[in-house]
Design a protein around this ligand. Structure first.
Ligand SMILES: NC(=O)c1ccc[n+]([C@@H]2O[C@H](COP(=O)([O-])OP(=O)(O)OC[C@H]3O[C@@H](n4cnc5c(N)ncnc54)[C@H](OP(=O)(O)O)[C@@H]3O)[C@@H](O)[C@H]2O)c1
Length: 326
């Protein structure tokens, strides 16, 4: 088969479409002929050599895909050859075929094209497993999403609104904030021109928000704690601003705050399967009802993976970038 290969760690130009060996399935896996994959920020970190695939997963890029089942292992009974599906992957999406544990596969969501379905598994499983499963974000609460226009953010806004949550977002331009508003965000904050802590306090009568989903890390830690309400929960999923921070723990104690962080990719196949089943139960109905839609900024052919990485690293995009496999 053909796959995008990282020929050496480096810039987007190191990504080349090459002929590689076909993946072999194990008894509990299925083989998917890939229709599309979607980019994630982590792909750009893997490309520069700082985020290797977990042991046992494909070494190729790509944390999610959609496609058609081409073969099933002998212990798999849920899926059959010809099923249209999408899947959460530990790697291997930037290719014509991938072998994946049957538990990480989801049906193609109703009303969504097979190509657009590739935009859902990683964001749905990340958002569900963090702020919903672990931070227990609930109806009637307030929720601040940093990077509201990101792939993660555009999905999180829609799912939170569907579940009756008041959504605050930050983003770095008026165009990005307008897109967040169109998706349902209630309070849109341009972090380049406004102090998000002051605005959150102003909008919440001085109380702060219940839950924050953060992609910045170190530089935002103290401010995030200040923007949280009593008993507030901070979930850090990314460190785009860096890992290091010095904070006063007094605020954590005084406000009874919870700080959590986790990565999806390093979880075991069993753990991923549990998240995937919860996503199918709780998120797929929202997609089928048209309440959560794919937000696709651009679809490009797989061979243009380098161009797609340049686009993602420019941060011009709003939502997801898709690579279509011919
Ligand atoms: N823990 C997990 O399991 C998990 C899973 C998936 C994703 N993530 C993390 O979630 C975050 C969002 O991922 P994504 O794939 O949705 O990303 P994305 O679509 O590329 O969006 C990232 C956005 O972050 C903003 N940003 C803030 N600081 C930035 C900086 N220093 N450099 C570049 N952009 C910056 C940009 O918007 P502005 O112009 O508004 O600043 C950019 O559009 C990433 O940190 C990713 O690693 C974590």
């Amino acid at each position: 088969m053909k796959a995008i290969v990282i020929t050496e760690p480096g810039g987007p130009e190191v990504l080349k479409l090459q002929e590689v060996e076909d993946p072999q399935i194990k008894d509990d896996q299925v083989l998917i002929r890939i229709a599309a994959t979607a980019l994630n920020r982590a792909d750009t970190i893997q490309r520069v050599g700082r985020y290797a695939a977990p042991k046992g997963d494909s070494e190729y890029l790509g944390l999610e895909c959609s496609g058609i089942i081409e073969a099933v292992g002998k212990n798999v009974d849920r899926w059959k050859v010809g099923d249209q599906v999408c899947a959460l992957l530990g790697g291997g999406g930037y290719a014509e075929k991938v072998a994946v544990s049957a538990g990480q596969v989801l049906p193609n969501p109703s009303g969504v094209s097979l190509h657009d379905a590739a935009s859902f598994p990683e964001v749905a499983c990340t958002v569900w497993s963090t702020v919903f499963m672990m931070s227990h974000l609930s109806e009637g609460e307030t929720f601040l999403i940093h990077g509201g226009s990101s792939g993660i953010g555009t999905f999180a806004i829609q799912l939170a609104k569907y579940r009756g949550i008041k959504v605050f977002v930050t983003a770095g331009s008026e165009e990005k904030l307008a897109a967040c508003k169109d998706l349902g965000a209630d309070v849109c904050i341009n972090y380049k021109t406004e102090d998000f802590v002051a605005r959150v306090k102003e909008e919440t009568g001085g109380k702060g928000v219940d839950v924050i989903l953060d992609n910045i890390g170190g530089p935002y830690l103290q401010k995030n704690l200040e923007a949280l309400k009593l008993d507030g929960r901070l979930f850090i999923i990314g460190f785009m601003g860096g890992f290091v921070s010095e904070i006063s723990l007094g605020i954590v104690f005084a406000k009874r705050l919870t700080i959590q962080s986790a990565g999806l990719r390093s979880r075991s196949p069993e753990n991923k399967a549990q998240i995937v089943r919860e996503v199918e139960e709780n998120v797929w109905p929202a997609i089928a009802a048209g309440k959560v839609k794919p937000v696709v900024y651009k679809s490009m052919p797989l061979e243009q993976a380098a161009e797609a990485h340049r686009l993602m690293e420019s941060s011009k995009h709003i939502g997801k970038i898709i690579l279509v496999v011919p």
